[in-house]
Each structure stands twice: as structure tokens, then as C-alpha cells.
Design a binder for this molecule. Sequence first.
Ligand code: UTP
Length: 408
Amino acid sequence: MTYQEAYSKLEEYGQLHVLKYYDELDDAQKEQLLQQVDETDFSVLQYIDHKDAALEVKEISPLAAMELDEINRRKDEFTRIGLDAIRRGKVAAVLLAGGMGTRLGSDDPKCMYDIGITHPVYIMQRLVENLMEVVDAAGVPVPFFIMTSDKNHDKTVSFMKEKNYFGYDPSMIWFFKQEMAPAADYSGKVYMEEKYRISTSPNGNGGWFLSMKRCGLIDKVHELGIEWLNTFAVDNVLQRIADPVFVGATIASGCASGAKTVRKAHRDERVGAICLADGKPSVIEYYEMTPELLDAKNENGDPAYNFGVIMNYLFREKDLERIVDEVLPVHIVEKKIACLDEKGNPVSPEEPNGYKFEQLVLDMVRELDTCLPVEVDRSREFAPIKNKTGIDSVESARELCKAIGIEL
Ligand code: UTP
């Protein structure tokens, strides 16, 4: 893109400050900046003016989860169906690890975080160990796709290599990068992280399928005959991945997706609850719940919105193809964004100073029309690590791991 073209594009979006330092840059930096302007989608900035649009719903009604009683009763049936699909190569795991993990506050990718006490136990190691249990039970490798972002790709890939993939077959692992989105101040002006670079951040965990498609990995999925993709977050060190029971229950239900859920620990627990929104399966965030919804009861007298998602979903691939062109809502998230100050010096803010723009995997559930929420035993499957200490932290996850006999 030429300078003049960049100027016109930036002018259109009210972002001419991006060229403030242009004359100071060397040739390589100039080229880098023009290329970034060319590649950046500034249209997300428009969402700042209607920030709550993504939250605008919709008539909320309950969506019953398949509860543990039923799952335990039908465990053999589900396990048989799930293992059969896995053995026939129909199921792959997709780790969504492109996030920045700012709350954990480590400079390294979250998957490299060591939660061990007497010996190293990396977050990635826990995930691979969990997946290996299924590989061992099925007697076949499960294709394993790992999404990273520009911010953590190289480190993640070299870490896995250095650790010898924690014993996983490297020919069954594929890395891919998600797209980035610009980050802006509260008035919608994009921040600069260098005089020749706009501040960007990963565009949320909802773009994973499109990113896989763009880089050609969906062709690989077809080539391998994979029909189900199990996406999961990096930070739950207890979750079961490609879990035969979950796979079997979802396939048996005939639904296009499945969502692992946990029974809420208490009324106000900060987890997104599975529900129907305008009749479609959906997730209502804890901050969207009104007192009426929090107190609503189902026909058994139990809380009607009592099952929280844990970001472990199963998607039928052919249905994702159908919705790939649908535009998912853009969520505007307040975050700390590294930037340049007025004088062009780099700053790392202590407090949130602007917005990032994210699409979320939970919105894909809504697009797919049918979803089976499956309850899992939270003491065995839910130990998220968002923070260093306190709720959902390294500390709390360590306690949960120890409680079920995982040595750290
Ligand atoms: P979080 O919502 O916890 O975001 O991600 P985060 O960026 O990792 O952490 P904070 O908020 O800055 O502390 C939930 C899951 O979604 C993935 C994360 O890697 C994690 O597995 N994710 C998040 C992506 O893959 N891409 C993104 O753009 C954002």
C-alpha cells in the first residue's frame, strides 16, 4: 500500500494520528507501517458507539442440561459411541491458546506457566496428559490443533518442541495463528505500540474456525475425515479433552454442538449460564443476569439457569462450514493496552486504558441452532487459571489438582 492509499484509508476511519511519526521512520519501518494499515480492519472501531449491541437480547428461557445422574446411568452407551468415533478418526482437539493472559501477568504464553510445587508441571503438560488418557483408551492418536496468535506463536511452538511435545506424537499436532484486531483508546483512536506499529491484540477466541479455514487446516480436517472438533480453553488444567462420554452424549443427542457445563457453586457465581436466547442455545454472561433470572426455578424447583459453561465445546464440522460466513457479534472488552504516550515513549498501563475487540466462541453455539449442555463433575473437571491468586487462580487450581491426587 502506498503512503497516499494509507492516508486515505486512515482518513476514512479518523485515524490519521497513525502517521504522526512517519517522517522519522527508516524505510523498513515505513513499509511495515503501510503494510499494517493495509491489513488492519478498522471497521471494528465502529462498535464502540454501540458497545452493548452484543449484549442486546433477546428473550431468555431455560435450556436443560443433561445432568450427571443421567450421564452416569448411560455412561457405557456414551463411552462406546464416543470411543468408536475417536477410533474412526472422527474427533479432533482444538486448543484455543491465542489469548494474552494479562490477568495472570506472565510475559510467556499461558500454556508455559508452571503450576508445579515440587517439580515442574506446566499448564500445557496437564492438557496433553489429559488428552493422552483418551489416546491410550482409544488406542489411536487424536489430531491436535493449537491456535496461537502473533503475540505468543513462536514461544509456544518452541516450548512444545523443547519439551518434546510432552510425549504427544508431533505428526498429529498442527499450530495455526488467529487474526489480530487493533486496540483503541476510549474515544476510538487506535493506540500505537511503536512509532511504526499500531497496537493490536488477538481478536478473541471466536475466530478459530475462520482462521483454520484461511490457513488451509480445514482442508487437513477434511483430508483426515474429521467430523467433530472439540475446542477448549488453555486455562482449565483439569478438563477432559475429546472426552468419550461427552462426544458420545452429543452424537447420541443429534445436536450440532455440545457444551460442557458445571452446576453453579452458588447463585452469583461468575460463570456464563447456558440458556435459550430467542429460542436458540446461548450463553448468558453472569453480568447480564437479572435478579429475576437468578431466582427463576424450573419445574423441579431447581434454579433454571444453574449450569455454567467451562469453554469446552464440541462442534460438528459440517455445521461450522454452514455458518462460517455469518458475522459473529463483536464484544468490546476493557483492557490494559501497551502504547506510546504523547511524547512517543512506551507505556505499560497499570489499569485498563482502552478497548480490545473480540469475537467469542460461545456465540458460535448460538449460530448452530442445537446444543446439548452436558454436566460434568466440577471437582474433577474444572480448575481454571485466570489469576495468580484468589478466585480461579494458580492457588485454587493447585488445591483442586491435589484434591484428586494429581502430584504437583
Ligand atoms: P480469556 O478470556 O481468559 O482471555 O481467554 P485471555 O486473553 O487469555 O486472558 P486475560 O483476560 O488477558 O487475562 C479464554 C480462552 O480463550 C483463549 C485464551 O487463550 C483462553 O484459552 N483466547 C482468548 C484466544 O485463543 N484468543 C483470544 O483472542 C482470546
